[in-house]
Design a protein around this ligand. Sequence first.
Ligand code: OSB
Ligand code: MG
Length: 369
Amino acid sequence: MKIETVTLREIQMPLVHFFETSFGRVYSRRILLLTARCEGIDGWAECVAGEDPFYSSEWIETAWSTLKHYLAPVVIGRPLAAAHDVAGLMAKVRGHRMAKAAIENAAWDAEARQKQQPLWKLLGGTTREIQCGVSIGIQDSIEQLLAKIETELAAGYRRIKVKVKPGWDLVVLERIRSRWPDIVLSCDANSAYTLDEVEHLRKFDRFQLLMIEQPLWNDDIYYHARLQRELRTAICLDESIRHARDTAAAVETGACRIVNIKVGRVGGFSEARKVHDVCQANNVPVWCGGMLESGVGRAHNIALSTLPNFRLPGDVSASKRYWKEDIIEPEVEVSAQGTIAVSDQPGTGYQIRQDLIEKLAVRKETIDS
Ligand code: OSB
Ligand code: MG
């Protein structure tokens, strides 16, 4: 297998509803799609870097230029036994994991298409039906948030996650719990708190949350371990987990009891599997995080979610929650039981709507050496 060219495209897609976290609000996505042409077969992937360097230091412009100047040139024309080899070629570049994941995942996509195998099988997946939750952003009022939760529960989603930050936390959780005492509920702080707020964070224990996601600094493991000892509620790490070694450190120190795996955050499918395996060996359940992906990234998240230790509902929800029209066919649909049926078709089982992508593209560049 060999990657001959890499094509980068930026498409712009307005969200059906804005999405707000503790670091800001987004109305429309700028999405970087990558196509790796491998011996006549195109592999597609989405780079999950955001519009701004707020969730992580990567953003669409750093991803684009790192892919163009460093990552595509080291993989193009090199013989590969399999997509798995791509990560090693890019190892000299430090960080830039979301950019790296885009190339590696496009190679996996191409390999699955070339072998006429479902991507989920190639990855070692076992589950045929994945469990879905939703992540609901900060709203203008608690009433609006409650209305959204009601809609998502009626749609069948199995876990509700709400974003929290100082000033939008205890009162919000209290209102949700008094209305729905028994739903599976969790919250995500996206690093909005510090260790000075341990007493405050302890009050989250009242709400029987499945987890509290990333309460402290995005680059921290040690202080999360200190915090976890003070809380009954399980901590789940998202931002802090960059690779399998972080995962081992987090598990060993007791910094979390649950791990959110985002394939882009850890640098691609190979590392995502290693993170998964470290967690599995230590009996730490994982779930698949989301980055407001288009269907291209969403399809890859679905494939990853078939691995056996994805034991909790992921932030993998239906296309229509995000987009008026998605760029894959069929769109991702979630059953009334809150599940996605995984396709047996080769590749992801979703077709790329290339005509629509060309229409949405605002920038395109092909790298061939
Ligand atoms: O922290 O999980 C997060 C979206 C963008 C950046 C970070 C996060 C999120 C979400 C949305 O929670 C998950 C989704 O529905 O794609
Ligand atoms: Mg998160």
